[in-house]
Design a binder for this molecule. Structure first.
Ligand code: SAH
Length: 200
């Protein structure tokens, strides 16, 4: 997976490639899907949600330019797979999830990571208590960048977020904050589940 799907398509960050080679993706997907855990596609994790294809996980992680000491906010814990990757590459990870069952399951999956804190809450509002964050990663798509996430991004921080109203028309952005202003760079077209307005 690492060589063909990731390095072969231009992922260069050595730490990202190493970590993606070491975290057992099969443990984070439905038992029935385990045989294809390393295939080049998104996989179902229940409740109509998906874990992104390995290339997209690697790309989004690489775009965060993590050095190792950053405080990161992840919106959309889902299976906890991406959270585990962030925990290996950053200082502290705060991850929020809208669906209670995912929050409960991922807490179990991630219990060995002492630098991860999870919360069942609406990521539209970020997680104010621990802000500002040097990095923000959003794994579901809102129609526009939520104001709370803009505010909670630290000066010089980086946010990676898919934006768009329908799955057919979404763009992945890498956003940096300089003197309070957001500088948005489009990266590529993507298809993420929507960031929901109300949580269950
Ligand atoms: N990063 C996950 C994939 C997540 S799929 C992984 O590696 O498995 C997107 C996730 O975002 C889903 O779990 C969905 O429930 C969650 N989500 C959607 N809207 C949300 C919101 N407003 N706040 C928090 N989480 C949300």
């Amino acid at each position: 997976m690492v060589q063909h799907q990731l390095a072969g398509r231009g992922i260069k960050d050595k730490r990202v490639l190493e970590v993606m080679g070491s975290i057992p993706r099969e443990k984070f997907v439905d038992t029935a899907d385990r045989f294809q855990a390393y295939s080049d596609s998104p996989l179902a994790i229940g409740s109509g949600q998906t874990i992104s294809q390995p290339y997209i996980v690697a790309l989004m992680t690489e775009l965060l330019s993590l050095k190792g000491d950053e405080k990161v906010l992840e919106v959309g814990t889902g299976s906890g797979y991406q959270t585990a990757i962030l925990a290996e590459l950053a200082g502290e990870v705060y991850s929020v999830e809208a669906i209670k069952d995912f929050y409960v399951q991922s807490r179990q999956m991630l219990k060995s990571y002492k630098n991860v804190q999870l919360s069942h809450r609406n990521g539209y509002h970020g997680w104010q208590e621990h802000a500002p964050y040097q990095r923000i990663l959003v794994t579901a798509a809102p129609p526009k960048v939520p104001p709370a996430l803009q505010d909670q991004l630290a000066e010089q921080g980086i946010m990676v977020i898919p934006v768009g109203v329908s799955t057919l028309n979404q763009t992945l952005y890498r956003i940096t904050k300089r003197r309070g202003e957001l500088i948005k760079k489009p990266v590529c077209s993507v298809a993420f589940v929507p960031l929901v307005e109300k949580i269950s």
